[in-house]
Design a protein around this ligand. Structure first.
Ligand SMILES: Cc1cc2nc3c(=O)[nH]c(=O)nc-3n(C[C@H](O)[C@H](O)[C@H](O)COP(=O)(O)OP(=O)(O)OC[C@H]3O[C@@H](n4cnc5c(N)ncnc54)[C@H](O)[C@@H]3O)c2cc1C
Length: 374
């Protein structure tokens, strides 16, 4: 049986960041990822600048990879009423295809082992873990769970959020649409959902939306839903009429849960969406995933160098640091999401926000963190 000091299950932003951060201390790390890189993912692909100094410390430069500097935000109601502001911190428009691949290549150069296999079980026996895939079983002293929003593993681990049905699905397509400004991220509301538009490193505009299944299911086909529901918002109608899709089919995911989760389950340290998913309208999930990869790597390093004497000390320290950094953001995300799904209230709210950039900027600040450095 192979042995590694640290096993990371899931090689998205959280898992890859943890791998990169820990590799700086020379640990023997294995990442299990079920889908080989590069691959597209359903995501709005707007990354908050709060995390750039930390990425820099990991030798990751998103602008060198073609990322677009985003400085402006606009939001519209179904009727098309708009409010806009300069973003307090700003962000980067970059596809998951590009950013996940860049992190993977850097981790590989740093001698991180990759197994492109789906993990079906993670067992703890008091001393350490056995990570099980169809091809192998691997021993590790520490396991970091970074397998995203939802996985069969959540059932195996009997996590409570997985028992509850959710009403959310998400779709994404890249389009050619030369008129879309590089420096803008736009959030447009429609009945039962909302969608984000922003440019990516390839020059293609990402249109990604979240919709309630109860509204979507009446239409069954994406094209009909886009025409009848999404296009009720005049800004989205205009975009969909002029833009050319470059994907043959939309990428989609279902059963998206925004329920609270636990950062430590069966001694596994959870990070990224596996520990909690912020509502996408906040545009902060990617930064939080990277940030939580940093936090977990610091706690694990403290464990191996003796600062946390026992496993429960490590787990308590990680829980505390996760809650301190993310709990409030998730709460504000839930509040804003509720507002966004009440069309009349939103319309009125946007009309009010349109009068003052400062109010909108304050709302954005509530769902974002402070600058994260090394
Ligand atoms: C519709 C939508 C739009 C969004 N838009 C934005 C946005 O614009 N900006 C932003 O900051 N955030 C956004 N987010 C949130 C953001 O996408 C997530 O927070 C972020 O991807 C979390 O990264 P992660 O590493 O935790 O998970 P992921 O990126 O999902 O990575 C998890 C990885 O684990 C792998 N995996 C899963 N199960 C297993 C298994 N059993 N074995 C091995 N590997 C496994 C998966 O293949 C995947 O690569 C959006 C989310 C949604 C749903």
């Amino acid at each position: 049986m192979n042995e590694h000091q640290i096993g990371i299950v899931g090689g998205g932003l959280a898992g890859l960041t943890a791998a990169l951060a820990l590799s700086r201390h020379g640990y023997d790390i294995a990442v299990f990822e079920s889908v080989p890189y590069p691959h597209h993912k359903v995501c709005g692909e707007y990354l908050s600048n709060e995390i750039l100094p930390y990425l820099d410390a990991l030798d990751i430069n998103l602008f060198a990879a073609g990322g677009k500097a985003i400085t402006r935000f606009e939001i519209s109601s179904i009727q098309g009423k708009k409010a806009e502001c300069q973003l307090p911190l700003g962000g980067v428009g970059i596809s998951r295809y590009a950013i996940d691949h860049l992190l993977y290549q850097t981790a590989k150069q740093r001698k991180v082992t990759f197994y492109f296999e789906k993990v079906s079980d993670i067992r703890f026996d008091g001393k350490g873990f056995t990570v099980v895939s169809r091809q192998r079983s691997v021993r590790a002293s520490i396991v970091i769970g970074a397998y995203g929003k939802r996985s069969g593993l959540d059932k195996t681990l009997n996590r409570s959020f997985i028992q509850k049905k959710t009403d959310w699905l998400a779709l994404k397509v890249h389009y050619t649409y030369p008129e879309f400004p590089d420096d803008l991220v736009a959030l447009h509301n429609f009945k039962g959902g909302y969608g984000g538009l922003s440019n990516t490193e390839s020059g293609h505009v990402n249109f990604c939306y979240l919709a309630q299944y109860k509204v979507f299911k009446e239409f069954k086909e994406v094209s009909a839903f886009n025409e009848r529901i999404v296009s009720q918002n005049p800004h989205l109608r205009d975009f969909l009429r002029k833009a050319e899709p470059i994907f043959e089919d939309s990428l989609s995911i279902g059963q998206i849960s925004f329920e609270s989760k636990e950062p430590v389950v069966n001694h596994i340290l959870m990070c990224g969406d596996t520990a909690g998913l912020i509502h996408p309208l906040c545009g902060n999930g990617m930064a939080m995933a990277i940030h939580s990869g940093k936090l977990v790597s610091e706690c694990v390093h403290d464990f191996f160098n003796g600062r946390h004497k026992k496993r429960p000390d490590l787990e308590e320290a990680y829980k505390k640091s996760w809650n301190q950094n993310f709990k409030d953001r998730l709460r504000y995300g839930r509040i804003f999401q509720r507002l966004l799904l009440q069309p009349q209230l939103l319309h009125w709210g946007i009309a009010t926000l349109a009068q003052s950039e400062t109010w909108l900027q304050k709302m954005i600040t509530k769902t974002h963190g402070k600058i994260v450095s090394s």
